[in-house]
Design a protein. Structure first.
Length: 153
């Protein structure tokens, strides 16, 4: 009877440890940030005609750089967000504020329904995410996804 208890207790103790060690040495903990509109722009704002696949922002809209970019569609970017991005990423990203384009043109280029958002572009100008400026949860998500992009690329 004592032997059975010892076996069950040993299994209950060693099984989670063995599983943890197996995953630690043989597993990979990787995340990815998906590319938006890989198969073209399916949902488009009214008046836009976009059929390029995968969709990519033209280099003449945003300066070509080998860094991820945060695009501010309705400037100015609030100081808290700007300070947080600059403190966290320093010289690893670029922030572009687009005030020269009309709202309708911004909607067509960045394929967004809401013009008061931020758009994350990778170093190849593919759209990687949309974020609501001023929303703390959205800014946290932006920071995490930027870290993933910087680590992966």
């Amino acid at each position: 009877m004592q032997f059975k208890k010892f076996v069950y207790l040993s299994l209950a103790f060693l099984l989670p440890i063995g599983l943890f060690l197996f995953l630690k040495f043989f597993g990979k903990n990787e995340f990815s940030v998906p590319v938006f509109y890989e198969s073209g722009a399916i949902v488009q704002p009214a008046g836009c005609d976009l059929k390029l696949a995968p969709y990519r922002i033209a280099p003449n809209i945003v300066a070509e750089a080998s860094l991820p970019k945060v695009i501010v569609l309705r400037p100015p970017l609030d100081n808290v967000t700007r300070t947080r991005l600059n403190d966290t990423f320093a010289e690893k990203i670029t922030i572009h504020e687009l005030d020269s384009l009309l709202d309708n043109k911004k909607k067509c280029i960045f394929i967004t329904q809401s013009i008061d958002s931020l758009v994350l572009l990778d170093d190849q100008n593919y759209i990687r995410g949309y974020y609501k400026a001023g929303n703390r949860d959205e800014m946290d998500r932006l920071v995490v996804e930027l870290k993933i992009l910087l680590k992966k690329y």
